[in-house]
Design a protein around this ligand. Structure first.
Ligand code: UDP
Length: 327
C-alpha cells in the first residue's frame, strides 16, 4: 500500500514506519520535526512540513495516490494542554481537520486516527467500553474527541472510512532498541522513572497519593508500543477489506498503580532510585483501564507483550542506549 504517516518521526509513528517498511509498504512521512527526529525513520520518504500548511498538504495528496492515511502527529501532554489549550485545539483538532479535508478532496478514503483514553474523562465504571459518553476533563482529551466527532460527521456524508484507536498508556520501545522515546522533556511515568534510575533526574515524583484507589495512586493500563502498532495494522487490513468506520480501545484490560509501576521499574533496573510523594497533577483521572473486547473480536487483535515487566525492560534497554549514544 501507499501510505501517508503523519508524525512518523515521533515515538509511536516511528515504530509504525519501521513495521510498515519491514512489510514492504511505500511510505511518505509528514512531520514538522517539532518533537520527532529524522534519525528515527528506518524507512520512507520524509516531508518536513506542518499540518497547518494546507497548500503543502493539498499538493502532496493531489500528486500521490495514497491508499490510506495514518495520523499520529499531535501534542500529547495533558498538563501542558490545561495551561495552553489553544496550542492543543490548533494542532490536535484544527490541523487534523486540514488533513481530513485534504483526504476527502483528493479521494483518500481510509483514515486511521490516534485517539486516546483521555476522551472518556473520569469514567465511573472500569474497565471502559467504547460506548460510554465522552466527557474529557482536559483540553488534550477534548481536542482528540473533537477530531473523532469531525471524522464521524464527515464520514457520514463522504466516502471516507476511518478507525479511531483510543490509546491507553503506551510505553516500551523497539525490542531491538533501534528506536524509542526521544523527548528531551519527557512527561510520562515509565520514561521518567527510568531516567531517574539512570541518574538523569534527582528523583521521581508520585503525583497524588490520595486518590480513591487501593494504594491511593492513579491506575493506568500500560500497553507496549508494538502491540499498539499491531492494532494499527489490523485496522488498516479491516478498512482495506471494506470495514465500516469504527472506534476501538487499545489497552490490555489490566491496570497498574503508579506505585506498582515504580516498584517494577526498580526491579527491572536493579536501582532503588529516589521517589517523592507530591500533590496531584492537574487533569489526571484516578483510573483508566480498557475493555478491549471489541478490538479483540472485530479485528482479531491479540497482544504479544502483555506484561509490565517486558514493557519496562524494553524501555530500559532503550533509555540506556539513548544515554550511551547521547540521543
Ligand atoms: N505520574 C507520576 N509521576 C510522573 C509522571 C506521571 O506520578 O513523574 C503519574 C500521573 O499522574 C498518572 C500516571 O503516572 O497518574 C500516568 O501518567 P503519564 O503521564 O505517564 O500518562 P497519562 O495517563 O497522563 O497519559
Amino acid at each position: 500500500m501507499k501510505l501517508l504517516v503523519t508524525g512518523g518521526a515521533g515515538y509511536i509513528g516511528s515504530h509504525m514506519v519501521r513495521t510498515l517498511g519491514e512489510k514492504g509498504h511505500d511510505i511518505v512521512v509528514y512531520d514538522n520535526l517539532s518533537s520527532g527526529h529524522r534519525e528515527s525513520l528506518l524507512y520512507g520518504r520524509l516531508v518536513v512540513a506542518d499540518l497547518a500548511d494546507r497548500e503543502t498538504l493539498r499538493i502532496l495528496l493531489q500528486e500521490e495516490n495514497f491508499d490510506a492515511v495514518i495520523h499520529f502527529a499531535a501534542f500529547i501532554a495533558v498538563e501542558e494542554s490545561v495551561k495552553d489549550p489553544v496550542k492543543y485545539y490548533r494542532n490536535n483538532f484544527s490541523n487534523a481537520l486540514n488533513l481530513i479535508e485534504a483526504c476527502v478532496r483528493h479521494g483518500v478514503d481510509k483514515f486511521i486516527f490516534s485517539s486516546t483514553a483521555a476522551v472518556y474523562g473520569m469514567p465511573e465504571k472500569m474497565p471502559v467500553t467504547e460506548g460510554i459518553p465522552l466527557l474529557p476533563i482536559n483540553p488534550y482529551g477534548s481536542s482528540k474527541m473533537m477530531t473523532e466527532l469531525a471524522l464521524r460527521d464527515i464520514a457520514q456524508v463522504t466516502g471516507l472510512r476511518y478507525v479511531a484507536l483510543r490509546y491507553f498508556n503506551v510505553a516500551g520501545a523497539d525490542p531491538q532498541t533501534r528506536i524509542g522515546q526521544r523527548y528531551k522533556e519527557a512527561t510520562h511515568l515509565i520514561t521518567l522513572a527510568l531516567r531517574t534510575a539512570l541518574g538523569l533526574r534527582e528523583s521521581l515524583n508520585i503525583f497524588g497519593t490520595d486518590y480513591a484507589t487501593p494504594d491511593g495512586t492513579c491506575i493506568r493500563d500500560y500497553i507496549h508500543v508494538d502491540d499498539l502498532i499491531d492494532a494499527h495494522l489490523a485496522a488498516l487490513g479491516y478498512l482495506a477489506e471494506g470495514g465500516r468506520s469504527q472506534v476501538f480501545n487499545c489497552g490490555y484490560g489490566k491496570g497498574y498503580s503508579v506505585r506498582e509501576v515504580v516498584d517494577m521499574a526498580k526491579r527491572v533496573t536493579g536501582i532503588d532510585f529516589p521517589v517523592k510523594e507530591t500533590g496531584r497533577r492537574a487533569g489526571d483521572p484516578p483510573a483508566l483501564i480498557a475493555d478491549s473486547s471489541r478490538i479483540r473480536k472485530d479485528l482479531g487483535w491479540q497482544p504479544s507483550h502483555d506484561e509490565l515487566e517486558f514493557i519496562i525492560q524494553s524501555a530500559w534497554d532503550w533509555e540506556k542506549k539513548r544515554l550511551a549514544l547521547n540521543l
